[in-house]
Design a protein. Sequence first.
Length: 262
Amino acid sequence: MPQYALITGASSGIGLALAEALARRGHALILVARERPALESIACELSQRFGVEVMFRVCDLTEPLQLSGLLYEVEQCDYQIDLLINNAGAACAGSFLDNDWQRERKLLELNVFALSRLCHALGNAMARRGSGRILNVASLAAFQPGPWLSSYYASKAFVLHFSEGLREELQEQGVQVSALCPGPVRTPFWRNARLDMRPLIGSKWLMSAEQLAQLALLGLDRQQAVIIPGWRNRLLARAAQLSPRRLARRLAARLNRHLLPR
């Protein structure tokens, strides 16, 4: 029976780059996203280029019935998923009180609840088999508060702390859990979050999705609990942890306001 990597948010950006990197390694894939045309094209291309089985499932993870349907299919078809990558995520830039509540709600549904549900369902299957890996995509934002992106920063802090706690719970059952905490990455995330990426263009802090994917898989191979790609990002994460909280949130507020559209 083939073993699959299930990747959410696989139609673009980090998810797509991780799918390609895994396909290059010969790993069978199940790609999950909302956009059928993009998924069909990607599945066909990766299968032809790398000779691996690539399936896709169209699913809006913020809709509980669709998420339940996806998990039911995975269980009934007995797909052996040895790697779960919870990559799908959203951000909502601007003042929390001014933002549309439905956008804020969907952010929490996707970044927190859908991720937790997938970890619970597929983590149980892995624990019963005695093997498996889970990679939850957090962010450098997880290490500090982030005014003007308050819900996003808080959701990524949840992902980081949840992943570290789950790692300790599951290690004796043969399941490895890791959190990926990238800094700025050149993806459609910025446009979808209504952020202005132009101030970061040309910056050494900005990484390509392909670079990130390679470093993320290297961190998985090394069984790292928290994967922070790039020495600059590791330095920034450490600085955020050591800085007084008041200073950390004020610096984040200044940076995030600078990235808001004008």
